[in-house]
Design a protein around this ligand. Sequence first.
Ligand code: NAD
Length: 492
Amino acid sequence: MTESLHKSIGQELMLIDGQWVGADSGEFLPVENPAKKGTEAGQVPRAGKAEVDRAVLAAQNAFPAWRDMPARERGKAMLKIADALEAQVEDFARLYTLETGNAIATQSRGETMLTADMFRYFGGVASEIKGEVVPLGETLLSYSRREPLGVVAGIIPWNAPLALGALKITMALVPGNTLVLKPSVEAPLTAIKLARLCAEFLPPGVLNVVTGKGSECGQALLDHPGIAKLSFTGSTEVGQRIMQAAAERIIPVSLELGGKSPQIVFPDANDDETVQGVINAMRFIRQGQSCTAGSRLFLHASIYDDFLGRLTEKLKGLKIGDPFDETTQMGAIVNRNQYETVCGYIGETLKLPGANAVIGGMPPETGPLSEGYFVEPTIFSGVDNEWRITKEEVFGPVLTVIPWEDETEAIQMSNDTHYGLSAFIFTRDISKGLKTAQAVESGFVQVNQGLGIVPGQSYGGFKQSGIGREWSLEGMLESFTRRKSITVNLAY
Ligand code: NAD
């Protein structure tokens, strides 16, 4: 079947060695349209070991020439991709909305712009892949250089496939590695569209994309002896398997994993600006489907009722529904599985003594919202910091709230988790804010705002939220290059 025929029936293909191909078996896997239950956004090939083998071989073959190209030239390719992407924001945002259920106005366009910014940032720092000279004396020239690792496997989740796909592409390719990217089968279409755009500016084999199930296609990538580095973003559970696979062959691994991040609100921050900051940090407009979501709110007891009242009122005004509607602020949960998981947590918590859904709860069973995987913003008060709802990553629009009186207690409760990804602190007393920022065990902390990561900020988790840093020049150097030390005897 020709490529255009596949396209005409909603089937996307994989990029291997510059060619657009299906799986050997001819099988495709469906991608759900989460805003309309029972409909598809498209289909992608169900690849396994054979296709992964070919993709890794293509990346191996492309590696020497790509590695030897001046870094600035590789950077230029990224800058061209940034320009081309910016010219197509609307197309990308529409596909992104279709496959993820995110609202086009509040999320999809923004992530597309962030993605272009990522290509521009990493393209710009390409010439900073430098080494150092060690002053060992006038007769010795001792220097280090940064070299690429070889073929990188980039495995990404469904929740931000465009930004995270771009992150793996830029950070791997700019220092001279080649890449086999595996998007999640739950949301692979925009990542493939991005690969189509990138392929216009890259030699064949430098970027390859394979699609399929984690247990088949993903596992084949992990086990492939030609992979020199595993860069994984996803759940802590799968992250553990990734690390085991890396240990088998002693290859470097970076893990960007889950989170259950705290938000601490001090009594002097009882105002509408903080309410908005808390809503932003909880990522309600992404249906809470963000690793950095501040899903545990610790509110000072003296402002507890008032602040919670303001927060609830503000959330009541959030418009949920058709993600293509320009007035919609919050879209659908990505698929049935995730929807059922989120509903499971809500249903279980509703039955616990003392738990109170201040807003939200189980999703409506009738009306327009029942036609997709829509879950309203939900806040639980009366919870215990030991319950599943406060301990486990729900990855949905569910916030728990717990009062505190003493700062030490707030910090202790915030840190009482095996995760350590982000934290949000709100106070007008900047020294208190900074002391708390230093005390929280999280890799990404914000004081007095609830925004996301910006390219250039070194980002990664503490504890079981991950290993390694990405998103920045330092992260790229640390995670995607290796240092070689060379010494020359000039007196020879
Ligand atoms: P997931 O761990 O289930 O899947 C992530 C990727 O791993 C997918 O591509 C999947 O197909 C693949 N995979 C699954 N099993 C595999 C295996 N055995 N071998 C190789 N690959 C395999 O995560 P998800 O449900 O797609 O995404 C949600 C999770 O991602 C959340 O825990 C969230 O916190 C996390 N996340 C973390 C960050 C971060 O930067 N720290 C960013 C986004 C998402």
